[in-house]
Structure formats: structure tokens, C-alpha cells
Design a protein around this ligand. Structure first.
Ligand SMILES: Cc1cc2nc3c(=O)[nH]c(=O)nc-3n(C[C@H](O)[C@H](O)[C@H](O)COP(=O)(O)OP(=O)(O)OC[C@H]3O[C@@H](n4cnc5c(N)ncnc54)[C@H](O)[C@@H]3O)c2cc1C
Length: 478
């Protein structure tokens, strides 16, 4: 028997890929909460024509992990439910940062590189020139923070206003702590190899001319092909992203995969061949275990028998985020059109950014906004236990200051998401490798997937589940 811990997107995907591989043993998914989907949580208000997303809201279309998700969505029969945002849509083109007291539109084409575009004080091509005239780091580095790497190669303004804001938007984190490998692994490796990013890109493009096929390109399903040919930028699903885990869950249940909710795994013990799970006061024994729960939760479960593994897992930090959904029943209340805006940490404000949901997707006659707050600075701004009123007041104050919307929302939801996004801080990749090495060396029948290890987005966790299942199979057949 195989058990999967966690029915977030990674655990459900692991179940799906086990079924697809025709895994011979029975599969059960154990989920601590009373629902499936993990951080994916969409609330639909069909009568009023809008949706509140409490967690993720869109998925990307570029790269192998994105193609894998599109393939999955096609296989699930959800292709006709996809709501794409094309690359020429205002929400794909217009991305803003709030800095120096105003909203600034980031350049979206090559002409934007030769003009001075606030908040930057020089045209962006100067950043490229800096890279060309900056030598390789000495000594060679194994890792670096993403802030330091971009400051060194492209200048302080790029680090402060572009990368600082982007890291807030992707993982609610502090670029001064996040590893360069989280987002710019390839550029970092090029610099370390060739002494500069642009030089490296040039040399690489010359040597890559012969082998031009994209990874995974030959395995594109219809939907992935449509995304490519129609230039989709990002997408969601009708009824919200929650449709995705719901659909996987219903397919798994039809195929006799048992999904048990309200089952909290407290302890995991391994003997030479089996895994013993202590859950809700009972013991379950299985042959294989896939952990799709956050690393800090797994750390608690293995602490008694494997304290060193537990320490390694616990060393991956997580941040708290407040997600405030606002709905006003008048359309287009904000003057600016676009995906939304991010606030770089140098501005020292408690909000990370605001998403213009009703610019991205049709929300009928409503203006729907989502304010993200806290992240790496949650405790600094809000202490340990802020009230919902305090968080709502802060969100409304900044919506008023920045977007000049002073109305009271007709509808709102305050979500306080504790330890919701792992932080791939300096040294993360080495830390994860050590965790995996410990599992290999001790021959533990457990495989890991989910946002804690190899990517924090929905696409990443689906791919991590697929890789995890493939590794399990190779081990069994090897
Ligand atoms: C506010 C926010 C916005 C985001 N926006 C985006 C976005 O726009 N696009 C994007 O691609 N990604 C986004 N993400 C990231 C995305 O949500 C995650 O990558 C993804 O949901 C993680 O899925 P998971 O299955 O790895 O983990 P989780 O969703 O954390 O699921 C883990 C599950 O395990 C359960 N569990 C925990 N402990 C136990 C236990 N001991 N026993 C049994 N069950 C247990 C939990 O209850 C949970 O259901 C966002 C995340 C947040 C928080």
C-alpha cells in the first residue's frame, strides 16, 4: 500500500500520476484539514458574478513545468474551462510598481529599455552595460542572495525596484535573503562560467543554435499547443483555480483512490521495510510514503526517529501572508488598467502589492481587488496576532492612498495564511540536496514533493509530484 500525506495540489497530483503509472498497490491520501486543495481556495459568488481567490489565482504558460500542467489539465478534461490571458491583454502588458509616491508602469517592450522610466533614474540598457563591464565575482560563488547578485551585475536600482518587488510578488519574500537560484539560477551559472551574464547568454546562444528544440516541446498536448500558438501569458479556470484540485480529487475518487480528510499525521516511524503512520490516535502501516505536506510539518512527524532529518526540514523558513479580497459593486474603480502593482521593500510599506482581479478576468459589474500584505515583514508590521479589522483597515488605507478608492467595499474577506510560502533563502538548494541524501543513505521508503523543495508555484508542485512518482517507480523496478 502507498500513502500520500496532504491533499494540496502536489498530493493530489501525486495520486493522479500513481494512477497513470498503473501503480499496482492501493493508494490512500490523508489530509489534515476538512477539504482538499491546500492553499488553492476559490470562493464563487455566482449571483453577483465574481470570485475571491484566497491563495493562488493564475498559472504561467512558459517552461517545462507549465507545459506539464497544461498537459495535465487537458488529460483531466478541463481544457474548455481554461480562461487565458493573452500576451497582448492589458493584464499581461501592464505591470506596475508603487515607488517614490506613485504608480510606475514597468517597460513591456524593447523601446522601454532606452528611455528613462521611473522609478529608475537611467535607461534600463545601462544595467546591461554595467554587466558587460563588471568582472566575475571573486572568489567563485556557490550561492548568493538574489539582491546581491542583481546589485553586483545590474546595479542597485534594478535590485531595489525590479528584483525586490518581483520577489515580494512571487514568494512574499525579502530579496536580501532569497537565493539567486530561486529565480535566476541560469543567469548566475552563466556569470560564474563566462564572467558575465550577457557574454554568457551570447556564447550560449551561439553554441545552442544547432539543438533548438525546447524541453518537452515534442510532448505538447492540444492545450499546450494552443497556449503556445495563441500566445497565452497566464490563465485561470472558470469558477477559479479550485476547479483543478476538485477535478483531480473527483477523478481519484472515481478510480478508487481513497481520500481521507480530517486525518492529521502526527508521527512517522520507519522500520527496515515499512512505514508506520500515527494518525488520529491510530497506526497505519504502508509500504511507501509520499510526503506532500510542507517541510515544517514533516519535520514534526519524523523528529522522534530522525532528529537530523527533522532539523534539516525545519531549517526551510516559511512566511505568513494576509490576503484581503475586496469587491465593490461598481466597475473599473481604479484608474490604472493592468495585472496590478507590487510594492518594493525599499518603500517600507506593509503591503506587498495589489492584484486587479477584475482587470484580469470578467467580474461583471464589479471592481475586485486583492491586497497582499506581510510576508517576510508580517511580524514587523502586524505582530503575532493581528485582528481581521486591523488588517482590513491597513489594506483599505493603502487602496485609498494609492488607487484613490475611498468607498467601503460591498464585500470583503480577510484571510490570514500562516506559514503559507516557503522561502528559498541562501543555501536552499544545498539544504534540499542534504535532505534527499539523508533519505537515500538511510534507505527510507519516503519520497518528497510539494512547494517546500523544488519550486513554489502551482506548476512546480505538479511537476514535483510527477518526478516524485517516477523516482518511486524507478526505485521499485531498479
Ligand atoms: C497567497 C498565495 C498566493 C499564491 N499565488 C500563486 C499564484 O498565483 N500562482 C502559482 O502558481 N502559485 C501561487 N501560490 C503558490 C501555490 O499556492 C502553491 O505552490 C501550492 O498551492 C502548494 O501546493 P502543495 O500541495 O505543495 O502544498 P499545500 O497547498 O500547502 O498542501 C499541503 C496539504 O497538506 C495538508 N497537511 C499539512 N500537514 C499535514 C499532516 N500532518 N497530515 C496530513 N495532511 C497535512 C495541508 O492541510 C494541506 O492541505 C500562492 C501561494 C499563496 C499562499
Amino acid at each position: 500500500m502507498t500513502a500520500i500525506l496532504g491533499a494540496g495540489m502536489s498530493g493530489l497530483s501525486a495520486g493522479f500520476y500513481l494512477l497513470k503509472q498503473r501503480h499496482p498497490s492501493a493508494v490512500t491520501i490523508y489530509e489534515a484539514s476538512n477539504r482538499i486543495g491546500g492553499w488553492i481556495r476559490s470562493e464563487r459568488f455566482d449571483d453577483d458574478g465574481f470570485i475571491f481567490e484566497g491563495g493562488p489565482r493564475t498559472m504561467r504558460t512558459k517552461g517545462p513545468a507549465a507545459i506539464n500542467s497544461l498537459n495535465l489539465i487537458d488529460e483531466l478534461g478541463l481544457a474548455d474551462q481554461v480562461r487565458p490571458i493573452h500576451s497582448n491583454h492589458v493584464a499581461a502588458r501592464n505591470r506596475m510598481v508603487y515607488a517614490k509616491g506613485k504608480l510606475n508602469m514597468l517597460p513591456s517592450d524593447v523601446f522601454g529599455l532606452i528611455k528613462v522610466i521611473p522609478p529608475f533614474t537611467k535607461p534600463l540598457f545601462f544595467a546591461g552595460i554595467k554587466d558587460l563591464f563588471t568582472g566575475r565575482s571573486k572568489p567563485q560563488l556557490e550561492d548568493e542572495t538574489i539582491y546581491e547578485f542583481t546589485r553586483r551585475r545590474f546595479g542597485k536600482e534594478i535590485a531595489d525596484y525590479a528584483i525586490g518587488a518581483m520577489i515580494c510578488g512571487i514568494c512574499a519574500g525579502d530579496a536580501k535573503q532569497i537565493s539567486v537560484k530561486f529565480l535566476l539560477k541560469h543567469l548566475f551559472e552563466l556569470e560564474q562560467k563566462y564572467g558575465g551574464v550577457f557574454i554568457g547568454l551570447l556564447k550560449e546562444s551561439m553554441s545552442a543554435r544547432k539543438k533548438k528544440t525546447l524541453v518537452g516541446e515534442d510532448s505538447l498536448t492540444n492545450l499546450a499547443n494552443r497556449a503556445k500558438n495563441e500566445h497565452w501569458s497566464i490563465y485561470s479556470l472558470n469558477g477559479g483555480l479550485q476547479q483543478l484540485p476538485d477535478k483531480v480529487g473527483s477523478i481519484l475518487s472515481q478510480k478508487q483512490v481513497d481520500i481521507q480528510i480530517n486525518v492529521n499525521c502526527k508521527e512517522i516511524l520507519f522500520d527496515s521495510k515499512k512505514v508506520h503512520l500515527l494518525m488520529n490516535g491510530q497506526e497505519k502501516t504502508v509500504d511507501h510514503l509520499i510526503s506532500a505536506i510542507p517541510s515544517h510539518q514533516l519535520a514534526k512527524c519524523v523528529a522522534k526517529q530522525h532528529p537530523n532529518l527533522s532539523k534539516g526540514l525545519d531549517a526551510i523558513p516559511f512566511v505568513d501572508v494576509a490576503v484581503i479580497n475586496l469587491r465593490y459593486n461598481s466597475p473599473k474603480l481604479q484608474k490604472h488598467e493592468g495585472f496590478g502593482f507590487l510594492v518594493p521593500p525599499i518603500e517600507n510599506l506593509p503591503i506587498l502589492g495589489v492584484i486587479f482581479d477584475s482587470c484580469c478576468f470578467d467580474m461583471k459589474q464589479n471592481t475586485v481587488l486583492t491586497v497582499m500584505m506581510g510576508g517576510a515583514w508580517f511580524h514587523q508590521w502586524f505582530g503575532d496576532n493581528p485582528s481581521e479589522e486591523q488588517l482590513l483597515d491597513t489594506a483599505l488605507k493603502h487602496v485609498n492612498n494609492i488607487l484613490k478608492i475611498d468607498q467601503t467595499p460591498n464585500h470583503y474577506k480577510v484571510n490570514i495564511l500562516r506559514k503559507c510560502i516557503p522561502q528559498y533563502v541562501f543555501g536552499h538548494h544545498k539544504r534540499v540536496e542534504k535532505i534527499k541524501q539523508y533519505i537515500r543513505e538511510n534507505n527510507l521508503p519516503i519520497a518528497l514533493c510539494g512547494a517546500s523543495y523544488d519550486g513554489v508555484g502551482v506548476n512546480d508542485v505538479i511537476l514535483s509530484a510527477k518526478t516524485c512518482v517516477e523516482t518511486l517507480f524507478n526505485k521499485e523496478s531498479g
